[in-house]
Ligand binder design. Structure first.
Ligand SMILES: Cc1cc2nc3c(=O)[nH]c(=O)nc-3n(C[C@H](O)[C@H](O)[C@H](O)COP(=O)(O)O)c2cc1C
Length: 242
């Protein structure tokens, strides 16, 4: 699998099979992703990897903590996941994502209970056999937070190279207190996200979503190029074109 295929076949997997992932593979991904570039080579990521009994126990503790509650409202994030009020085109994109996701799950818009139950599946890592957490020292700034994104994505593409699927999950930041206590995270660390890791369950419609992307003209200004306005012949396609 080349890098284009790894990027093209990555998607946010929201239903995993029970098939386990070997510890040495998990370690290789976590170690390999640290080849990601970071400003000043600070490598500001801190990772926790859980499987088996510790993962089951954490999920049990989080389930107890959110029972009868809506973590989307009750969960106090330690950082701003989205600006309070989104604006277009971001607002529309987020809404379209919700429509696409809940349609695939067969959960109607007005089914608030169904939506909440689905949201809470985040805290089961969508059934993945491995759950990762990525944290950063709270004294770090936007530059280093961007580096976390580099780490996260390098990890997800390496996972594809091993035939594995992932789901990055900021939702875990809403239950950071329980996660922090369980992992005994030092107080200077702030939980950025979780990452579900395992094998996609292809029988689930939710895993067949291919999220759209804005055309390149919408987000890139080309200056001084010949032919940059036309697609490369036989070059990278995107998942939504398949
Ligand atoms: C940092 C980050 C956090 C995310 N958090 C969640 C999450 O908590 N739950 C979830 O179901 N998806 C989450 N996603 C997945 C996004 O919804 C998804 O990446 C986006 O809709 C594009 O779809 P794709 O990943 O399938 O290409 C997150 C993605 C990123 C990059």
């Amino acid at each position: 699998m080349d890098v284009f295929e790894a990027i093209d076949t990555r998607f946010s997997c929201r239903s995993f099979s029970q098939k386990p992932v070997e510890g040495n593979v998990v370690r290789a991904l976590i170690e390999g992703a640290a080849r990601a570039a970071s400003g000043g080579n600070l490598q500001p990521w801190r990772v926790y990897a859980l499987a088996g009994q510790p993962l089951a126990e954490l999920k049990r503790q989080v389930a107890a903590a959110i029972a009868g509650k809506d973590p989307r409202e009750d969960g106090a994030c330690e950082y701003t996941v989205y600006p309070g009020e989104l604006w277009d085109p971001y607002k529309s994109r987020r809404e379209a994502h919700g429509v696409q996701l809940y349609a695939a799950l067969g959960i109607p818009r007005e089914d608030k209970t169904g939506r909440l139950a689905q949201y809470k599946r985040n805290f089961e890592f969508f059934g993945a056999p491995v759950g990762l957490f990525i944290a950063i020292d709270r004294r770090m700034g936007p530059g280093q937070w961007a580096d976390l994104g580099s780490y996260l994505h390098t990890l997800m593409y390496l996972a594809r190279a091993r035939g594995l699927d992932t789901c990055p999950q900021q939702s875990w930041a809403r239950v950071h207190g329980t996660v922090r206590a369980f992992l005994q995270m030092p107080p200077e660390l702030i939980l950025y996200c979780g990452v579900a890791l395992g094998h996609n369950d292809p029988g689930q419609a939710v895993n067949h979503i291919r999220s759209p992307r804005a055309p390149v003209e919408e987000f890139c200004t080309f200056l001084g190029f010949d032919g940059a306005q036309t697609k490369e012949k036989g070059g990278a396609t995107t998942a939504q074109n398949r």
